[in-house]
Design a protein around this ligand. Sequence first.
Ligand SMILES: *[C@@H]1O[C@H](CO)[C@@H](O)[C@H](O)[C@H]1NC(C)=O
Ligand SMILES: *[C@@H]1O[C@H](CO)[C@@H](O)[C@H](O)[C@H]1NC(C)=O
Length: 848
Amino acid sequence: ALQPVLSLLCSVGGGSNPFQHLEKSAVLQEARVFNETPINPRKCAHILTKILYLINQGEHLGTTEATEAFFAMTKLFQSNDPTLRRMCYLTIKEMSCIAEDVIIVTSSLTKDMTGKEDNYRGPAVRALCQITDSTMLQAIERYMKQAIVDKVPSVSSSALVSSLHLLKCSFDVVKRWVNEAQEAASSDNIMVQYHALGLLYHVRKNDRLAVNKMISKFTRHGLKSPFAYCMMIRVASKQLEEEDGSPLFDFIESCLRNKHEMVVYEAASAIVNLPGCSAKELAPAVSVLQLFCSSPKAALRYAAVRTLNKVAMKHPSAVTACNLDLENLVTDSNRSIATLAITTLLKTGSESSIDRLMKQISSFMSEISDEFKVVVVQAISALCQKYPRKHAVLMNFLFTMLREEGGFEYKRAIVDCIISIIEENTESKETGLSHLCEFIEDCEFTVLATRILHLLGQEGPKTNNPSKYIRFIYNRVVLEHEEVRAGAVSALAKFGAQNEEMLPSILVLLKRCVMDDDNEVRDRATFYLNVLEQKQKALNAGYILNGLTVSIPGLERALQQYTLEPSEKPFDLKSVPLATTPMAEQRTEQLAAVPEFHGLGPLFKSSPEPVALTESETEYVIRCTKHTFTDHMVFQFDCTNTLNDQTLENVTVQMEPTEAYEVLCYVPARSLPYNQPGTCYTLVALPKEDPTAVACTFSCMMKFTVKDCDPTTGETDDEGYEDEYVLEDLEVTVADHIQKVMKLNFEAAWDEVGDEFEKEETFTLSTIKTLEEAVGNIVKFLGMHPCERSDKVPDNKNTHTLLLAGVFRGGHDILVRSRLLLLDTVTMQVTARSSEELPVDIILASVG
Ligand SMILES: *[C@@H]1O[C@H](CO)[C@@H](O)[C@H](O)[C@H]1NC(C)=O
Ligand SMILES: *[C@@H]1O[C@H](CO)[C@@H](O)[C@H](O)[C@H]1NC(C)=O
């Protein structure tokens, strides 16, 4: 819609924006000119342009002023000036949701849409559909059907695109236009055919079978429009993500032989992006990309090498065949193409070629944009993982890049890459940290400086010579602005908390910071100083090395509540929720509205994804979300009735547990009319007899009263009868009782919890063959957070220790150290600690 406005802007004023200083009130004042007779089309079009400009700059128009301007504008329909008329159409579209009573222009637009002036008809259709709501749509339905099959392509395209927009609110009406859309899809005009197929696809996209039929029908007869082919390829590859379908794949592959380069590229790109594509399937796609590499058209070379670059990440061997063509592109005058060629070669080439390629690329690093420099950094990052022996060369390259000019995204990519090298390779830690120390001496990006300070606090104390980092960190306190100073103070405290020898000098430095100008810096320094002076490991662990795990807004609210209701009981940090996402807030509110759930205490956890208890496309669709409280669980069933001749009433889901959970009550969904979602709940108490038996299977049965009803009015006419419907079983696992929390320093957290309730057991995982698989399974099963990157198993090792942290319902920390040994099978020694006995017992009982 903005195109004419923008091109108008570009044509005037040679660069400077003539509308820069527009005042809304002055412009609206000018709009009075619309009422003058005779109409001055040039002047009026100019004023409309200004109004559109203001709206698009985000200027707020009040309803009254917008409505006034809109009504004045309607007078301009008396003029037959084509430019002015088209500006009116644009204004109607932009104002349709700000002004009131915009439907007043319906008859003018309908007239233009069916009139003689072809130039008006398309834009009139677009404007009309924009102001039409579902109730009015029936009135213009006849015209829309005619417009879709109009012989003027711009009219037909406008009608098809507008229909696509209307689908969102009036699906059932637009659905009736498929015959017309079918006819348009056979049009000789490439845009009309493309738009018609687009509409047909969106009408049918929830019906996989219909989509497959459509693809086979249109592709069998061949399509005129390369755009339509591209779209069909995208639709086919989307279908392929969800199902196997060799006809679909054959279609995409056949497009590799299309006469339009656009279609050939789209097909190749679709094939290489298909998940789980085999080397054999990949080969023809890679071949056409290889041909494109030597095309005289820069755009094709660029597209090909960019796609090959992506393929090389997953299937380097498939791209090796193109190495010669890629070598030719290394010297391409288009530096973007050269960069992509080199970074692709870095991924596919041999270790011996790295030095040569790195040298080549460094010769023009200064000529390429940041975006492509990031591509280089990503290639280096991949190389580091592949060739650990090349770390020194690659790190040096990164440090050189770090010292040169560059924007935030680029610098961040470098820092990320260095940090991941440091974290994964102990031998490169010291060099890496020193270079980063140098970088923060002169770093303009606060976020990067604080990130590096955080890393120094975490990794520095564990190095051989921790004291050498202190000067760099303290310099930040002296030289930087407050955010960086605060980060530096926290880093200093972490050294003091882990190193007794350095503690006295750290205390001296922190004492200097308590006089800082900034509140945050001063508060942090005062706090850390007081904690460190206690010289207690548990305090250091809880308050300096690992910090708070509860949600800060949640803490604020809980404290406020506590002050409002004074009590003898001290404030309990365990009552504060761990996370307050908008989703969690919404759930808490929704549950608080049910009287049966009052007194359950704070909601501890909700399952992140609802579980489907019915297959899709059954008569009732039921999904369950599990909510865990300290001593209870609430199962929320979101139900939809898809039968239009039935209304369900008094709907509950009856549950039978395999363990000693006790069903306390069912909260029914009163009524479940056709297609209107409703919710019912089941409340259960956790097992009391054997509190460790939390892992449980519930068999579920939906019970309800069915009343037959009139599908059009929804009126019920009988008493109804009781019925039931068997649902899938619902699993409750130990993970439903635990929330993930991150412990930056696991050892400190381990010491802090202490060994009062420590238990240890050894298990054999007989069906598991690798350490990686074991680690993945344990993390998923317990639903705890893997700490200190212990979920990454180094290659060629047969022992590994996995460190997991979580909070058990009720707010107790639970930590698990799992030592794994791989012989023929995996043996696992699990040690669990918590501040209470029950969580430890539950972990060991559930693993066993
Ligand atoms: C390289 O070619 C692509 C595709 O034609 C183009 O978009 C890009 O601007 C070119 N880049 C340079 C640095 O010339
Ligand atoms: C609703 O259903 C429950 C359980 O199926 C039943 O006990 C109860 O009597 C029903 N209530 C009404 C009002 O029909």
